[in-house]
Design a protein around this ligand. Structure first.
Ligand code: NAD
Length: 353
């Protein structure tokens, strides 16, 4: 079927990559992006699709019910891909209120609006509400624990993960209570083009390129699973098109890496790809800083369900994905330089200095 999609948060990192993917694979589908353009949203992330006949951008807040009602009905939306969120753990520690507002209240507002819209359309079986969430809702693992699966109990530890857990529960409840055709995905750490400079991989790439210290929390031994963003977008496409309503899928790259090892790997790659940098070898920039409060030790994802039920597997290895990402940041100075704004510097000082 051809779809009419509302993509919330489509000017952010994963949302924009998803919009590129969707417009390329389904050029006849209508794609409408709703994004508040917070510090993390950037209209330039959508430059590749702006101007297409089937694409429209609207600046607005997912907590604003009037805008959502209007877009759902005038655009006759049948599918919501919900990415909009406050997404950075460190900022949630410095200021949790925005996380509760956007992630919990915003998701609730979208669910209510979509429920009424879907009921007005005789509860069409083609409708879908995809809620894009995180593996952080499951809490922290120790070295010997089994990876998170879809039935792992929720145990969020940061205001970010708690607000995402709250939104996941609301989405689940709307399926069970109203039969709203929702699907939840919980994915591990993404990386790739268009990721805002505050996140680990772009932070390390950019600081290396400008000769600033590379801040590594604590002992650097926290473990994350990494997935290239394009592989996440392919998984979300499969979920929208082939999953049954009410399902939950874990998505991960099966690439567990300690933070310090990841930073060392990036330094090695950057030394190779950018031989003219002021500080070389760039690993000399690595600086250990005070650990993040409540820092989860390890995340790991068991993605067997999506692999066996929908046939998804990651296509990019971590070595390939990191190289693509480093090359992208090397070639897109004009994209990231303006993002190192006074607001960003103020956040950076509060967080690391
Ligand atoms: P991001 O911070 O890069 O982008 C978020 C986008 O949402 C921005 O464009 C921002 O302007 C927009 N937004 C924020 N508040 C809004 C509001 N009230 N109304 C409308 N738009 C608003 O985030 P991301 O990394 O692209 O993450 C997207 C989604 O994927 C999030 O829900 C996040 O929890 C989830 N997720 C992210 C990762 C990851 O590694 N980045 C992993 C798993 C899940």
């Amino acid at each position: 079927m051809s779809r009419r999609l509302l993509v919330t948060g489509g000017a952010g990192f994963i949302g924009a990559n998803f919009v590129h993917h969707w417009c390329q694979v389904y050029p006849d589908d209508r794609v409408l992006v709703l994004d508040a353009l917070t510090y993390a949203g950037n209209r330039l992330n959508l430059a590749l699709v702006e101007g297409r006949e089937n694409f429209r951008f609207v600046q607005g807040d997912i907590c604003d019910r009037t805008i959502i009602d209007d877009l759902l009905s005038t655009e006759n939306i049948d599918t919501i891909a919900h990415f909009a969120a406050e997404s950075h753990v460190d900022r949630s520690i410095l200021g949790p209120a925005a996380f509760v507002q956007t992630n919990v209240v915003g998701t609730f507002t979208l669910l209510e609006a979509f429920r009424q819209h879907w009921e007005a359309k005789a509860q069409s079986s083609d409708y879908r509400f995809l809620h894009v969430s995180t593996d952080e809702v499951y809490g922290s693992l120790s070295a010997d624990d089994a990876a998170f699966c879809e039935t792992t109990p929720y145990a969020p530890n940061s205001p970010y993960s708690a607000s995402k857990a709250g939104s996941d529960h609301l989405v689940r409840a709307y399926y069970h209570t109203y039969n709203l055709p929702t699907i939840i995905t919980n994915c591990s750490n993404n990386y790739g083009p268009y990721q805002f400079p505050e996140k680990l991989i772009p932070l390390m790439c950019i600081n290396t390129l400008i000769g600033k210290p590379l801040p590594v929390y604590g002992d650097g031994k926290n473990v994350r699973d990494w997935l290239y963003v394009g592989d996440h977008c392919r998984a979300l496409d499969m979920v929208i098109n082939h999953s049954q309503p009410g399902e939950t899928y874990n998505i991960g790259g099966n690439n567990e890496v300690e933070n310090l090892n990841l930073v060392q790997l990036l330094c090695q790659m950057i030394d190779e790809l950018a031989p003219d940098l002021p500080v070389r070898p760039t690993k000399h920039l690595i600086t250990f800083v005070k650990d993040r409060p409540g820092h989860d030790r390890r995340y790991a994802i068991n993605a067997n369900k999506i692999k066996t039920q929908l046939g998804w597997t990651p296509s990019v290895t971590i070595a390939e994905g990191l190289r693509l990402t480093v090359e992208w940041y090397l070639n897109h100075r004009d994209w990231w330089e303006p993002l190192l704004s006074a607001e960003y510097q103020a956040y950076y000082r509060k967080n690391y200095l």
